[in-house]
Design a protein around this ligand. Sequence first.
Ligand code: CMP
Length: 480
Amino acid sequence: MNRPRSTNNLVLFFVASGIALLAVYLLWSFQGALSLLLSKRMSANPSPETIVSVLKLILVGVLAYLFVRAVSSLIFRLAFRLRRGFEAPTLVRNIFSIVAFTILFFLAFNHWFSYVNLGALFTTSAIFGVILGLALQDTLGNFFAGISLQADRPFQVGDVITVGAQRHTGVVEEITWRAIKVRTFTNHVVLINNSTAAKEPIEVSPRENLNARLVLFNTLYTDSPAKAIHVVREAVREADNVSQRVAPIVRIRNLGDNGVEYEVKYWLDDYAKYNDTDALVRQRIWYAFRRAGLNFAFPTRTVHVDRKPTTGVREGDGGAIIERLAAVDIFAPLSSEETGMLARAAVRHVFAPGETVIRAGEPGSSMFVVHNGRVRVQISENGRPRTVATLNEGDFFGEMALFTGEPRTANVVALEETEVLEIGHAAMKTVFDTNPDLVESLSFIMAERRQGLAVQSDASTAPDESAGILSAIKRFFGLS
Ligand code: CMP
């Protein structure tokens, strides 16, 4: 069975305390007998009393250590967390433990060995000082560097840092008296000595700071920079974890050998997830390029001949588009020539999962048919999004703004990679001119959809609504 580490530590602590207390009890109860035994078996120097005192000192030392651990846990874990809502740094806890233990140990030492002058021992023993100094050189270096890191606080637990000769990058997990513990983005733990960190430049991206990233891309020289910059900025600003507080900046970085080189500078809500966010930003750029007919630059040595149109119906795809449009219920009454005309006028767009196809409140002069994938129709209610419908392949949307000239009534967002066919005003007018009945069936559907958008208290009824919409469409399209 896998018990949590803290439970294991607690069990270990109680077992160790029990054993130490038992040993103290036995030593104190049988110290007379033990001295006697030792005096029989050993020479007079060191005296049996001294040996018993040393044993007592060791046992009391163990007890003092356990006691300090318990007190430190109580004070720092419970009191600090409950009362101030934060955990004390490991280094502070360690310093407290070392100081408290040293005081307790020297008190005990003084009790049993009061005749030993500790001050004189430390001050006069030059050799002791040299040995200690050499042995603890690195340890003390780390210790004092750790203290200066705590005092200076150039970074904190949770910040992303890049440090060390190997330029390790990761999230700071802990700062101990010896080292900084960094979890890299490949989930390895790297320990960087405090003294090393104190000497090296450290790049810090604080958790609370708005940290930025640069993602590079390029286009062909024939693509308009103004268009590329606009398209990429709009595509990136909506990606997850891209901060809404600052708009991304897209700019030309270089006029390179292969094409125009750009960079997108964007800010992150959670910098520790920059790898995923960079990848998402690149993905969004790809889809946005595809929709806008922009092209990534290929190496100039590669002869890249691409005759496929990037928007509009591709040759050879016409059949599938006609089939799709013929299956849309409102287009059922159309003749095959009319459906063919609509198919030729339709423009294909691909959207990534989560991308917005239509934004509520914006003007719109086209409608869409879902060719592949799924979309969600959402409105904002009390500042929160509410889904009013999910539309699948063969469903259409965007007709309300197209047929009435009013702003878009809802957001339509791709649920998965979705391909839509966009049909504009001119093509629909041609269809309406020859199929007046279509306007009526559309007005019914639109009235129903309006009801779905309305709040409960809205008193309007579908037939009234439908009549109103019918005349609005006729007016807008100049139909009799
Ligand atoms: P439009 O207002 O142009 O843009 C948003 C679109 O969402 C709208 O046209 C409709 O096509 C669609 N829509 C709005 N409400 C509903 C609904 N209740 N059910 C299905 N689709 C809807």
